[in-house]
Design a protein around this ligand. Structure first.
Ligand SMILES: Cc1cc2nc3c(=O)[nH]c(=O)nc-3n(C[C@H](O)[C@H](O)[C@H](O)COP(=O)(O)OP(=O)(O)OC[C@H]3O[C@@H](n4cnc5c(N)ncnc54)[C@H](O)[C@@H]3O)c2cc1C
Length: 422
Protein backbone atom coordinates (compact mmCIF):
# COMPACT_ATOMS: atom_id res chain seq x y z
CA UNK A 1 0.00 0.00 0.00
CA UNK A 2 1.22 3.47 -0.86
CA UNK A 3 2.06 5.25 2.41
CA UNK A 4 -0.96 7.36 3.19
CA UNK A 5 -1.91 9.24 6.33
CA UNK A 6 -5.43 9.89 7.59
CA UNK A 7 -6.57 12.26 10.29
CA UNK A 8 -9.44 10.93 12.38
CA UNK A 9 -11.55 13.75 13.72
CA UNK A 10 -13.36 12.34 16.75
CA UNK A 11 -16.63 14.02 17.63
CA UNK A 12 -19.51 12.13 19.27
CA UNK A 13 -18.04 8.74 18.43
CA UNK A 14 -15.61 8.38 21.33
CA UNK A 15 -14.88 4.67 21.07
CA UNK A 16 -12.84 2.12 19.17
CA UNK A 17 -15.42 -0.69 19.11
CA UNK A 18 -17.82 -0.57 16.16
CA UNK A 19 -16.26 2.63 14.86
CA UNK A 20 -16.56 2.68 11.07
CA UNK A 21 -14.59 5.89 10.80
CA UNK A 22 -11.63 4.40 12.62
CA UNK A 23 -11.85 1.15 10.73
CA UNK A 24 -12.12 2.78 7.33
CA UNK A 25 -9.34 5.30 7.99
CA UNK A 26 -6.97 2.69 9.41
CA UNK A 27 -7.63 0.19 6.63
CA UNK A 28 -7.05 2.76 3.86
CA UNK A 29 -3.98 4.43 5.37
CA UNK A 30 -0.61 3.45 6.74
CA UNK A 31 -0.77 6.09 9.47
CA UNK A 32 -3.64 7.52 11.44
CA UNK A 33 -3.67 10.71 13.48
CA UNK A 34 -6.55 10.90 15.99
CA UNK A 35 -7.68 14.40 17.03
CA UNK A 36 -10.39 15.76 19.32
CA UNK A 37 -11.35 19.44 19.63
CA UNK A 38 -13.14 20.98 22.58
CA UNK A 39 -15.04 23.53 20.55
CA UNK A 40 -15.76 26.70 22.60
CA UNK A 41 -19.16 27.05 20.89
CA UNK A 42 -20.36 24.05 22.92
CA UNK A 43 -19.43 25.75 26.21
CA UNK A 44 -20.81 29.18 25.33
CA UNK A 45 -24.19 30.68 26.24
CA UNK A 46 -27.18 30.68 23.90
CA UNK A 47 -29.80 33.35 23.14
CA UNK A 48 -31.60 32.57 26.42
CA UNK A 49 -28.39 33.01 28.39
CA UNK A 50 -28.25 29.29 29.23
CA UNK A 51 -25.04 27.35 28.76
CA UNK A 52 -24.99 24.93 25.84
CA UNK A 53 -23.31 22.42 28.17
CA UNK A 54 -23.27 22.61 31.95
CA UNK A 55 -20.20 21.75 34.00
CA UNK A 56 -21.47 18.28 34.96
CA UNK A 57 -21.88 17.14 31.36
CA UNK A 58 -18.61 18.80 30.38
CA UNK A 59 -16.87 16.83 33.16
CA UNK A 60 -18.37 13.62 31.78
CA UNK A 61 -17.15 14.55 28.31
CA UNK A 62 -13.66 15.27 29.68
CA UNK A 63 -13.60 11.85 31.35
CA UNK A 64 -14.75 10.17 28.14
CA UNK A 65 -12.07 11.89 26.05
CA UNK A 66 -9.48 11.05 28.70
CA UNK A 67 -10.44 7.37 28.57
CA UNK A 68 -10.11 7.36 24.77
CA UNK A 69 -6.70 9.03 24.92
CA UNK A 70 -5.50 6.47 27.48
CA UNK A 71 -6.79 3.61 25.35
CA UNK A 72 -5.07 4.94 22.23
CA UNK A 73 -1.84 5.50 24.15
CA UNK A 74 -1.96 1.91 25.40
CA UNK A 75 -2.18 0.83 21.75
CA UNK A 76 0.90 2.82 20.77
CA UNK A 77 -1.10 5.71 19.33
CA UNK A 78 -2.41 8.94 20.89
CA UNK A 79 -5.31 11.36 20.82
CA UNK A 80 -4.30 14.95 20.17
CA UNK A 81 -6.58 17.20 22.19
CA UNK A 82 -7.15 20.90 21.57
CA UNK A 83 -9.43 23.70 22.65
CA UNK A 84 -10.56 25.69 19.64
CA UNK A 85 -12.63 25.69 16.48
CA UNK A 86 -12.17 22.51 14.43
CA UNK A 87 -12.10 24.61 11.24
CA UNK A 88 -8.84 26.17 12.52
CA UNK A 89 -7.31 23.12 14.18
CA UNK A 90 -8.07 20.24 11.82
CA UNK A 91 -6.63 21.89 8.65
CA UNK A 92 -3.50 23.01 10.57
CA UNK A 93 -2.79 19.49 11.84
CA UNK A 94 -3.70 17.96 8.48
CA UNK A 95 -1.16 20.15 6.73
CA UNK A 96 1.53 19.75 9.35
CA UNK A 97 1.41 15.94 9.09
CA UNK A 98 0.67 15.96 5.36
CA UNK A 99 -2.43 13.83 5.68
CA UNK A 100 -4.19 12.68 2.55
CA UNK A 101 -7.69 12.64 3.97
CA UNK A 102 -9.64 13.60 7.07
CA UNK A 103 -12.35 11.23 8.32
CA UNK A 104 -15.31 11.97 10.56
CA UNK A 105 -18.82 10.74 11.32
CA UNK A 106 -21.50 12.77 9.56
CA UNK A 107 -23.85 14.62 11.92
CA UNK A 108 -27.42 15.79 11.38
CA UNK A 109 -28.20 18.82 13.54
CA UNK A 110 -27.53 22.39 12.42
CA UNK A 111 -24.65 23.33 14.72
CA UNK A 112 -22.80 20.10 13.99
CA UNK A 113 -23.27 20.17 10.22
CA UNK A 114 -22.33 23.83 9.93
CA UNK A 115 -19.09 23.10 11.78
CA UNK A 116 -18.22 20.24 9.43
CA UNK A 117 -19.03 22.45 6.43
CA UNK A 118 -16.52 25.01 7.71
CA UNK A 119 -13.90 22.31 8.26
CA UNK A 120 -14.53 20.99 4.76
CA UNK A 121 -14.13 24.45 3.20
CA UNK A 122 -10.90 25.14 5.06
CA UNK A 123 -9.46 21.72 4.24
CA UNK A 124 -10.31 22.11 0.61
CA UNK A 125 -8.10 25.19 0.41
CA UNK A 126 -5.20 22.73 0.75
CA UNK A 127 -6.94 20.18 -1.49
CA UNK A 128 -7.57 17.81 1.42
CA UNK A 129 -10.80 15.87 1.33
CA UNK A 130 -13.14 15.52 4.31
CA UNK A 131 -14.60 12.01 4.19
CA UNK A 132 -18.07 11.84 5.72
CA UNK A 133 -18.83 8.41 7.12
CA UNK A 134 -22.45 7.62 7.84
CA UNK A 135 -23.01 6.02 11.19
CA UNK A 136 -24.43 6.74 14.64
CA UNK A 137 -27.75 5.00 14.03
CA UNK A 138 -28.86 1.43 14.63
CA UNK A 139 -30.07 1.02 11.05
CA UNK A 140 -27.66 2.30 8.44
CA UNK A 141 -29.04 5.02 6.20
CA UNK A 142 -27.93 3.04 3.12
CA UNK A 143 -29.92 0.00 4.28
CA UNK A 144 -33.24 1.79 4.74
CA UNK A 145 -36.00 0.44 2.52
CA UNK A 146 -36.71 4.01 1.31
CA UNK A 147 -34.70 7.11 0.35
CA UNK A 148 -34.43 9.74 3.07
CA UNK A 149 -37.11 11.93 1.45
CA UNK A 150 -39.62 9.05 1.70
CA UNK A 151 -38.97 8.01 5.30
CA UNK A 152 -42.45 7.71 6.84
CA UNK A 153 -43.27 10.52 9.25
CA UNK A 154 -45.37 8.20 11.36
CA UNK A 155 -43.13 6.47 13.87
CA UNK A 156 -45.36 3.36 13.85
CA UNK A 157 -45.00 2.95 10.08
CA UNK A 158 -41.29 3.75 10.18
CA UNK A 159 -40.77 1.04 12.80
CA UNK A 160 -42.91 -1.53 11.03
CA UNK A 161 -41.25 -1.06 7.65
CA UNK A 162 -37.73 -0.85 8.93
CA UNK A 163 -38.07 -3.98 11.04
CA UNK A 164 -39.61 -5.89 8.16
CA UNK A 165 -37.52 -4.66 5.29
CA UNK A 166 -34.13 -3.77 6.72
CA UNK A 167 -31.51 -5.25 9.02
CA UNK A 168 -28.95 -4.16 11.58
CA UNK A 169 -25.40 -4.47 10.31
CA UNK A 170 -22.91 -6.49 12.25
CA UNK A 171 -20.51 -4.77 14.62
CA UNK A 172 -17.55 -3.22 12.76
CA UNK A 173 -14.30 -5.05 13.53
CA UNK A 174 -12.11 -3.73 16.31
CA UNK A 175 -9.16 -1.91 14.75
CA UNK A 176 -5.97 -3.65 15.78
CA UNK A 177 -3.52 -3.01 13.02
CA UNK A 178 -2.79 0.66 12.81
CA UNK A 179 0.16 2.97 13.23
CA UNK A 180 0.46 6.55 14.34
CA UNK A 181 3.47 8.65 13.37
CA UNK A 182 5.91 9.14 16.24
CA UNK A 183 6.48 12.61 17.69
CA UNK A 184 2.95 13.93 17.45
CA UNK A 185 2.40 17.24 19.22
CA UNK A 186 2.15 16.53 22.95
CA UNK A 187 -1.27 17.57 24.18
CA UNK A 188 -3.08 17.09 27.46
CA UNK A 189 -6.62 17.06 28.73
CA UNK A 190 -7.97 20.51 29.54
CA UNK A 191 -9.64 21.31 32.86
CA UNK A 192 -13.14 22.67 33.34
CA UNK A 193 -11.54 26.07 34.00
CA UNK A 194 -9.78 25.84 30.62
CA UNK A 195 -13.19 25.32 29.03
CA UNK A 196 -14.38 28.56 30.61
CA UNK A 197 -16.34 27.33 33.64
CA UNK A 198 -16.42 29.65 36.61
CA UNK A 199 -14.92 28.62 39.94
CA UNK A 200 -18.47 28.16 41.33
CA UNK A 201 -19.50 25.86 38.48
CA UNK A 202 -16.27 23.93 38.77
CA UNK A 203 -16.72 23.57 42.52
CA UNK A 204 -20.17 22.01 41.97
CA UNK A 205 -18.53 19.18 40.08
CA UNK A 206 -15.32 18.85 42.09
CA UNK A 207 -16.51 16.29 44.63
CA UNK A 208 -18.68 14.30 42.26
CA UNK A 209 -17.37 10.98 41.06
CA UNK A 210 -17.81 11.26 37.31
CA UNK A 211 -16.28 8.63 35.08
CA UNK A 212 -16.71 7.77 31.42
CA UNK A 213 -15.28 5.95 28.46
CA UNK A 214 -16.04 2.88 26.38
CA UNK A 215 -14.76 0.30 28.88
CA UNK A 216 -17.16 1.60 31.50
CA UNK A 217 -19.96 1.81 28.91
CA UNK A 218 -19.47 -1.82 27.87
CA UNK A 219 -19.29 -2.93 31.48
CA UNK A 220 -22.51 -1.07 32.31
CA UNK A 221 -24.19 -2.57 29.27
CA UNK A 222 -23.36 -6.08 30.52
CA UNK A 223 -24.55 -5.26 34.03
CA UNK A 224 -27.93 -3.86 32.98
CA UNK A 225 -28.66 -6.47 30.35
CA UNK A 226 -27.81 -9.34 32.68
CA UNK A 227 -29.60 -7.87 35.70
CA UNK A 228 -32.04 -10.59 36.79
CA UNK A 229 -34.32 -7.92 38.33
CA UNK A 230 -34.79 -6.27 34.93
CA UNK A 231 -38.39 -5.80 33.80
CA UNK A 232 -39.99 -4.14 30.79
CA UNK A 233 -40.36 -0.95 32.87
CA UNK A 234 -36.67 -0.69 33.41
CA UNK A 235 -34.22 1.93 32.34
CA UNK A 236 -30.68 1.14 31.26
CA UNK A 237 -28.92 4.44 32.06
CA UNK A 238 -26.91 3.91 28.90
CA UNK A 239 -28.02 7.10 27.15
CA UNK A 240 -25.11 9.33 28.27
CA UNK A 241 -22.68 6.79 26.81
CA UNK A 242 -24.67 6.44 23.61
CA UNK A 243 -24.90 10.24 23.33
CA UNK A 244 -21.11 10.66 23.36
CA UNK A 245 -20.62 7.57 21.25
CA UNK A 246 -18.71 5.59 23.87
CA UNK A 247 -21.33 2.87 23.35
CA UNK A 248 -22.48 1.86 19.89
CA UNK A 249 -26.22 1.14 19.50
CA UNK A 250 -25.30 -1.65 17.07
CA UNK A 251 -23.12 -3.32 19.69
CA UNK A 252 -25.95 -2.96 22.21
CA UNK A 253 -28.45 -4.45 19.76
CA UNK A 254 -26.32 -7.51 19.05
CA UNK A 255 -25.68 -8.04 22.74
CA UNK A 256 -29.46 -7.99 23.31
CA UNK A 257 -30.04 -10.47 20.48
CA UNK A 258 -27.37 -12.78 21.89
CA UNK A 259 -29.03 -12.77 25.31
CA UNK A 260 -32.52 -13.20 23.82
CA UNK A 261 -31.29 -16.30 22.08
CA UNK A 262 -34.37 -16.46 19.85
CA UNK A 263 -36.84 -16.17 22.77
CA UNK A 264 -39.35 -13.36 23.14
CA UNK A 265 -38.33 -10.88 25.81
CA UNK A 266 -40.59 -7.89 26.51
CA UNK A 267 -37.91 -5.86 28.21
CA UNK A 268 -35.48 -6.25 25.34
CA UNK A 269 -38.20 -5.54 22.76
CA UNK A 270 -38.93 -2.28 24.52
CA UNK A 271 -35.26 -1.39 24.57
CA UNK A 272 -34.93 -1.93 20.84
CA UNK A 273 -38.06 0.22 20.31
CA UNK A 274 -36.35 2.99 22.23
CA UNK A 275 -33.26 2.72 20.06
CA UNK A 276 -35.57 2.97 17.07
CA UNK A 277 -36.97 6.23 18.45
CA UNK A 278 -33.43 7.51 18.55
CA UNK A 279 -32.95 6.55 14.89
CA UNK A 280 -36.30 8.06 13.98
CA UNK A 281 -35.40 11.52 15.31
CA UNK A 282 -32.02 11.49 13.60
CA UNK A 283 -33.52 10.46 10.27
CA UNK A 284 -36.26 13.08 10.58
CA UNK A 285 -33.62 15.77 11.02
CA UNK A 286 -31.98 14.48 7.88
CA UNK A 287 -35.29 14.52 6.02
CA UNK A 288 -36.39 17.93 7.33
CA UNK A 289 -33.22 19.82 8.31
CA UNK A 290 -33.84 22.11 11.28
CA UNK A 291 -37.47 21.07 11.74
CA UNK A 292 -37.00 20.53 15.48
CA UNK A 293 -35.37 23.89 16.14
CA UNK A 294 -38.31 26.11 15.19
CA UNK A 295 -41.22 26.83 17.53
CA UNK A 296 -43.78 25.87 14.89
CA UNK A 297 -41.88 22.63 14.26
CA UNK A 298 -43.55 20.57 11.56
CA UNK A 299 -46.73 22.69 11.57
CA UNK A 300 -47.42 25.24 8.86
CA UNK A 301 -48.88 27.92 11.06
CA UNK A 302 -47.24 29.66 13.99
CA UNK A 303 -48.20 28.51 17.48
CA UNK A 304 -49.18 31.01 20.16
CA UNK A 305 -47.19 30.86 23.35
CA UNK A 306 -46.39 33.20 26.22
CA UNK A 307 -43.03 34.73 26.90
CA UNK A 308 -43.46 34.90 30.67
CA UNK A 309 -40.06 34.79 32.35
CA UNK A 310 -41.55 34.55 35.85
CA UNK A 311 -43.51 31.43 34.96
CA UNK A 312 -40.52 29.95 33.19
CA UNK A 313 -38.32 30.58 36.22
CA UNK A 314 -40.90 28.90 38.48
CA UNK A 315 -40.69 25.86 36.25
CA UNK A 316 -36.95 25.64 35.86
CA UNK A 317 -36.17 26.32 39.52
CA UNK A 318 -38.77 23.84 40.81
CA UNK A 319 -41.26 26.36 42.26
CA UNK A 320 -44.46 25.38 40.43
CA UNK A 321 -47.77 24.36 41.99
CA UNK A 322 -46.91 20.69 41.49
CA UNK A 323 -44.61 18.86 43.89
CA UNK A 324 -43.59 16.16 41.44
CA UNK A 325 -42.61 18.69 38.79
CA UNK A 326 -40.62 20.64 41.39
CA UNK A 327 -38.84 17.55 42.65
CA UNK A 328 -37.95 16.56 39.08
CA UNK A 329 -36.69 19.99 38.04
CA UNK A 330 -34.47 20.22 41.11
CA UNK A 331 -33.14 16.75 40.44
CA UNK A 332 -32.42 17.67 36.82
CA UNK A 333 -30.46 20.73 37.82
CA UNK A 334 -28.53 18.95 40.55
CA UNK A 335 -27.61 15.77 38.72
CA UNK A 336 -28.54 16.01 35.03
CA UNK A 337 -30.64 12.88 35.51
CA UNK A 338 -34.33 12.62 34.65
CA UNK A 339 -36.06 9.38 33.65
CA UNK A 340 -38.15 9.23 30.50
CA UNK A 341 -41.64 9.66 31.95
CA UNK A 342 -40.48 12.43 34.27
CA UNK A 343 -39.16 14.26 31.19
CA UNK A 344 -42.56 13.89 29.56
CA UNK A 345 -44.32 15.13 32.69
CA UNK A 346 -42.22 18.26 33.25
CA UNK A 347 -42.17 19.22 29.57
CA UNK A 348 -45.95 18.71 29.28
CA UNK A 349 -46.40 20.84 32.38
CA UNK A 350 -44.46 23.74 30.85
CA UNK A 351 -46.42 23.52 27.61
CA UNK A 352 -49.92 22.73 28.89
CA UNK A 353 -50.10 24.58 32.21
CA UNK A 354 -47.89 27.59 31.45
CA UNK A 355 -48.12 27.74 27.66
CA UNK A 356 -44.47 28.80 27.43
CA UNK A 357 -42.46 28.52 24.19
CA UNK A 358 -41.32 24.89 24.27
CA UNK A 359 -38.00 25.74 22.66
CA UNK A 360 -37.01 27.57 25.81
CA UNK A 361 -37.69 24.42 27.84
CA UNK A 362 -35.69 22.38 25.34
CA UNK A 363 -32.77 24.80 25.64
CA UNK A 364 -32.94 24.44 29.41
CA UNK A 365 -32.73 20.68 28.96
CA UNK A 366 -29.84 21.15 26.55
CA UNK A 367 -27.90 22.90 29.28
CA UNK A 368 -28.69 20.41 32.00
CA UNK A 369 -29.54 16.95 30.76
CA UNK A 370 -26.72 14.45 31.15
CA UNK A 371 -27.45 12.55 27.91
CA UNK A 372 -28.14 15.55 25.68
CA UNK A 373 -28.34 14.87 21.95
CA UNK A 374 -29.86 17.44 19.59
CA UNK A 375 -32.18 15.15 17.62
CA UNK A 376 -33.53 13.24 20.65
CA UNK A 377 -33.96 16.28 22.87
CA UNK A 378 -35.60 18.65 20.39
CA UNK A 379 -37.47 15.81 18.64
CA UNK A 380 -39.10 14.62 21.86
CA UNK A 381 -39.89 18.16 22.93
CA UNK A 382 -41.54 18.94 19.59
CA UNK A 383 -43.99 16.07 20.10
CA UNK A 384 -44.79 17.25 23.61
CA UNK A 385 -45.55 20.67 22.11
CA UNK A 386 -47.80 19.07 19.47
CA UNK A 387 -45.60 20.14 16.54
CA UNK A 388 -43.53 17.00 15.93
CA UNK A 389 -43.25 14.97 12.76
CA UNK A 390 -45.16 11.87 13.93
CA UNK A 391 -48.79 12.97 14.12
CA UNK A 392 -49.98 10.40 16.64
CA UNK A 393 -47.32 11.48 19.16
CA UNK A 394 -48.46 15.11 18.94
CA UNK A 395 -51.54 14.44 21.08
CA UNK A 396 -51.45 16.13 24.50
CA UNK A 397 -50.39 13.85 27.32
CA UNK A 398 -52.23 13.37 30.59
CA UNK A 399 -49.22 14.21 32.74
CA UNK A 400 -51.12 13.84 36.03
CA UNK A 401 -52.00 10.27 35.14
CA UNK A 402 -48.38 9.55 34.28
CA UNK A 403 -47.33 10.68 37.76
CA UNK A 404 -49.84 8.29 39.35
CA UNK A 405 -48.87 5.39 37.12
CA UNK A 406 -45.11 5.73 37.09
CA UNK A 407 -44.13 7.60 40.22
CA UNK A 408 -46.66 6.82 42.99
CA UNK A 409 -43.81 7.19 45.49
CA UNK A 410 -42.22 10.24 43.87
CA UNK A 411 -39.10 10.27 41.79
CA UNK A 412 -36.20 8.06 42.76
CA UNK A 413 -32.65 8.19 41.47
CA UNK A 414 -31.23 4.76 40.63
CA UNK A 415 -28.22 3.78 42.75
CA UNK A 416 -26.15 3.14 39.65
CA UNK A 417 -26.64 6.75 38.58
CA UNK A 418 -25.98 8.13 42.04
CA UNK A 419 -22.69 6.31 42.24
CA UNK A 420 -21.77 7.84 38.90
CA UNK A 421 -22.74 11.39 39.72
CA UNK A 422 -22.53 11.82 43.53
C1 LIG B 1 -38.50 16.05 26.62
C2 LIG B 1 -37.56 14.91 26.38
C3 LIG B 1 -36.21 15.15 26.10
C4 LIG B 1 -35.33 14.10 25.85
N1 LIG B 1 -34.01 14.37 25.58
C5 LIG B 1 -33.15 13.34 25.30
C6 LIG B 1 -31.78 13.60 24.98
O1 LIG B 1 -31.31 14.73 24.92
N2 LIG B 1 -30.97 12.52 24.75
C7 LIG B 1 -31.43 11.23 24.80
O2 LIG B 1 -30.65 10.29 24.58
N3 LIG B 1 -32.73 10.98 25.07
C8 LIG B 1 -33.60 11.98 25.32
N4 LIG B 1 -34.92 11.70 25.63
C9 LIG B 1 -35.39 10.31 25.55
C10 LIG B 1 -35.33 9.50 26.87
O3 LIG B 1 -35.88 10.24 27.93
C11 LIG B 1 -33.90 9.10 27.25
O4 LIG B 1 -33.24 8.53 26.14
C12 LIG B 1 -33.96 8.00 28.33
O5 LIG B 1 -34.62 8.53 29.47
C13 LIG B 1 -32.54 7.62 28.69
O6 LIG B 1 -32.53 6.67 29.73
P1 LIG B 1 -32.00 5.17 29.47
O7 LIG B 1 -30.61 5.20 28.91
O8 LIG B 1 -32.21 4.44 30.75
O9 LIG B 1 -32.98 4.72 28.32
P2 LIG B 1 -33.62 3.32 27.94
O10 LIG B 1 -35.08 3.39 28.21
O11 LIG B 1 -32.85 2.22 28.52
O12 LIG B 1 -33.47 3.30 26.33
C14 LIG B 1 -32.27 2.84 25.66
C15 LIG B 1 -31.74 3.92 24.74
O13 LIG B 1 -32.69 4.27 23.73
C16 LIG B 1 -32.64 5.67 23.45
N5 LIG B 1 -33.94 6.28 23.79
C17 LIG B 1 -34.78 5.88 24.77
N6 LIG B 1 -35.92 6.61 24.72
C18 LIG B 1 -35.79 7.47 23.70
C19 LIG B 1 -36.64 8.47 23.15
N7 LIG B 1 -37.86 8.74 23.61
N8 LIG B 1 -36.17 9.19 22.12
C20 LIG B 1 -34.95 8.96 21.60
N9 LIG B 1 -34.13 8.01 22.07
C21 LIG B 1 -34.54 7.28 23.10
C22 LIG B 1 -31.53 6.25 24.33
O14 LIG B 1 -30.33 6.28 23.58
C23 LIG B 1 -31.45 5.24 25.45
O15 LIG B 1 -30.19 5.16 26.08
C24 LIG B 1 -35.81 12.76 25.89
C25 LIG B 1 -37.17 12.52 26.17
C26 LIG B 1 -38.03 13.57 26.42
C27 LIG B 1 -39.47 13.29 26.71
Amino acid sequence: MEKRAALIWFRNDLRLHDNEVFLEASSKSSFIIPVFCFDPRYYAKNQYDFLNTNAIRAAFQLETVKALKEKLLSLGSDLMIYIGHPEDIIPRIAQKYQVDEVYHHREVAYRETSISERVETELWKSKINLKHIIGHTLYHKEDLPFPVRDIPNSFAIFKKKIERESFVRSVAAYPNNFMTPPHLEKTSLPTLEDLGYSPEETARVKNKFITGGEDLALEMMQTVLNDPRGSEHDYTLLSPFIALGSLSPIRLYHEIKKLENGKKNKRFDKLIDMLLWRDYFRFMLKKYPNVFFKEKGFKKEHIMSKNDQLLFDKWRFGETENDFVNQSMLLLQKTGYLPYFARIIVSSYLVQEYNINWLKGAYWFEQNIFDYTPASNYGNWSHIAGVGTSERENAPIDWQKLIQTHYPQGIQVPDEFLSQIN
